[in-house]
Design a protein around this ligand. Sequence first.
Ligand code: ZN
Length: 157
Amino acid sequence: MPDLEDLYREVILDHYRNPRNRGELDTPPAVRAEGFNPLCGDEVIVYVQLADGIIDDIKVGGQGCSISQASASMMSATVKGRTTEELRQLNRAFKAMMSIEPDPADDLSPMSGNGADIKLGDLEALKGVVKFPVRIKCATLSWHTLTQALEEAQATA
Ligand code: ZN
């Protein structure tokens, strides 16, 4: 399947050129978290609005390489409207795809029965990044920042 990498590249470039959920939210009620990847100079800002345990709204800002910004766009499109439990599963599935050991903090609640149904969708386009270990931090930056924002949201709830 020689065309798969081209397809992945197209998905990444599409998110980079047309980032989803770009912007800001009012804080409060939303929370804001900022992530920085000094290895590459990537910056990701995540605004999250929680409502009844659901990611009601999410906006992303920042600047950096195509991988970091495309990943942030994909992350925002994937998690919007999800419950925080689904989000934990997505986070775990994404990190597993990126060959990262799960953070114990991600495992606070047991994986529910339908965990296998979690689909990464466009995020699968980032699979190829695993071959370039130095870029993995670019791809996971937005997820770390989202986790930070949710901790912030739970702390202020
Ligand atoms: Zn980067």
